[in-house]
Design a binder for this molecule. Structure first.
Ligand code: NAP
Ligand code: MG
Length: 481
């Protein structure tokens, strides 16, 4: 790493936060200090928004779409060149297993590749109107976009938001989560290295209630993209509302995997387990509820439990199935859910194991399978954000749909059945942004529009739809007589 991680980047200049303060960074695998980042605050955010505004009105508006795309493609290649270094940084900083960190960097490369290629393919429209008129509908960038992202997939989030935002012609001020910033700091440096002009990407690290709140409430933002918890999402909308700043919100989920009696168990079980243990359950689209038809309940749950028992948890560099959780606070939160489940006498069906080499001081929890769980219980309603899978029995199709839709969330769902009619019938009734039939797509599919219904948020990331989120239409009506 060459940029000093304790600095922020404004207008291409790496500098201390104006208050000169820093925040220590700890490795989740052993709880030891590994670095420090700058504690940016309101004056830094204000300076960064001004730099983003100047770059938007200046250099970036004058950069043709094809050239913006080329710069993003160059950044894609540069990230690929540094893939090992970035994966190691990401794994150490977040605790995730190396193989997942490698996948995350590959996905980040793909985001810049996809949007690099898409930049010059986003076009407007014409509309037939009255005789003597020509109507042109242009798609124009929103302007200066604030990004606030969580700690679970910092590298991928950087790719998902920055690539689409810049391809569409916007500039940005980016605020990563204090718990995981290192890969983002390094990629911001790489972005400047490939020639993305100063002021186009401004990075301000810091605390949510300081730098994050200063960004969300800044009066000169044109758009705000937030990925994180529903609770902070509510605060963000209130802050943005002061200045009528439009938002896109990607919030949490309590995503169901629905297993019908004709499902292929061997196909379903490895995918269902991997969709809850991926990133140690700290994935917004984690499949955290498995709904199982009563006629197969005992047989299916016995096989699922065997698979959960095989899961191993260890340090990021042990490269097992799961790493530690991100922080001591997250560990306490997950353990709180498990303690309350125990007090409520919810049976534990299986647990994975923590590897004996997992280092003391790391934030480890065992993956757990619990059930049957009442659909109204908090374990079946709230996002645990840990490797905790709950099983809920159901009677028939109508009951499955009712339970699947019976939470405040609506992010993604998996449907497991070999019956073609049922596949589509059920998929169409579930109120979520993505439905997977006989598969599950946590984290995948850069090309696929992604986002929530209900408390999971609104607006769409990924795919071509993200380019529509990052632009608005402007209609020009010409009376040519
Ligand atoms: P979080 O607490 O909501 O934090 C998200 C971001 O908001 C962080 O950068 C945080 O900064 C910042 N923040 C916190 N308080 C703020 C405030 N008052 N004003 C402005 N910004 C503030 O979420 P998290 O714990 O990092 O991440 C877990 C949550 O994110 C889960 O609910 C998960 O489902 C959701 N998530 C959703 C998606 C999706 O695409 N749908 C993807 C990933 C995660 P600090 O951390 O530095 O305080
Ligand atoms: Mg960290």
């Amino acid at each position: 790493m060459s940029a000093n991680p304790a600095t922020i980047c404004i207008n291409g200049q790496w500098q201390n936060a104006k208050n000169k303060q820093t925040i220590d960074v700890f490795a989740p695998s052993n709880g030891k200090k590994i670095s420090a980042i700058a504690r940016g605050d309101a004056p830094d955010v204000d300076f960064a928004v001004k730099a983003a505004r100047a770059a938007f009105e200046g250099v970036w508006s004058k950069t043709p779409a094809v050239e913006r795309g080329r710069l993003l493609s160059k950044l894609s290649a540069k990230i690929a060149e540094h893939a090992n270094e970035l994966a190691e940084l990401e794994a150490k900083d977040t605790g995730k297993a190396m193989k997942l960190a490698r996948n995350d960097i590959a996905a980040t490369v793909r985001y810049f590749e996809f949007y690099g290629g898409a930049a010059d393919k986003l076009h407007g429209d014409t509309i037939p109107f009255l005789d003597g008129y020509q109507v042109i509908v242009n798609r124009v960038p929103r302007g200066v976009v604030g990004h606030i992202i969580p700690w679970n997939y910092p590298a991928q989030m950087f790719g998902r938001t920055i690539a689409a935002c810049l391809a569409a012609g916007n500039t940005t001020v980016f605020k990563p989560a204090e718990d995981a910033c290192l890969s983002v700091i390094r990629m911001t440096e790489l972005a400047h290295g490939v020639g993305i002009p100063p002021g186009v990407i401004n990075l301000v690290t810091g605390l949510g209630h300081e730098a994050g709140a200063a960004l969300a409430s800044h009066p000169d933002l044109d758009y705000l993209s937030f990925t994180g918890s529903p609770e902070v999402g509510t605060q963000i909308q209130k802050m943005a509302a002061e200045h009528h700043t439009p938002c896109v919100l990607e919030l949490g989920g309590k995503s169901p995997q629905i297993v019908f009696e004709d499902a292929d168990f061997d196909k379903a079980i490895p995918v269902i387990v991997s969709a809850i243990i991926q990133n140690t359950g700290q994935t917004c689209s984690a499949g955290s509820r498995v709904l199982v038809q009563k006629s197969i309940y005992d047989r299916f749950v016995a096989q699922l439990a065997d698979k959960v028992r095989s899961v191993r948890v260890g340090a990021h560099d042990a490269d097992l199935d799961c790493g530690p959780l991100i922080s001591g606070a997250q560990c306490e939160r997950v353990k709180g859910f498990l303690a309350r489940a125990q007090a409520d006498k919810i049976p534990v069906l299986a647990e994975g194991a923590i590897d004996e080499n997992a280092q003391p001081g790391g934030y480890y929890v065992k993956p757990m399978l619990l059930g049957p769980v009442d659909p109204a219980h908090e374990l079946a309603q709230l996002e645990v954000f840990g490797p905790v899978l709950v099983v809920i029995p159901f009677d028939d199709e109508a009951h499955a749909v009712q339970v699947a839709n019976g939470t405040a969330f609506g992010l993604i769902a998996g449907v497991w059945t070999e019956n073609g009619g049922r596949q589509l019938r059920v998929a169409k009734q579930i109120r979520v942004g993505q439905v997977y039939i006989n598969g599950y797509g946590a984290g995948g599919g850069i090309e696929l529009p992604f986002g929530g219904f209900k408390r999971s948020g609104y607006g769409r990331a990924k795919g071509f739809e993200a380019l529509h989120e990052y632009t608005v239409t402007q209609t020009i009506v010409v009376n040519h007589g």
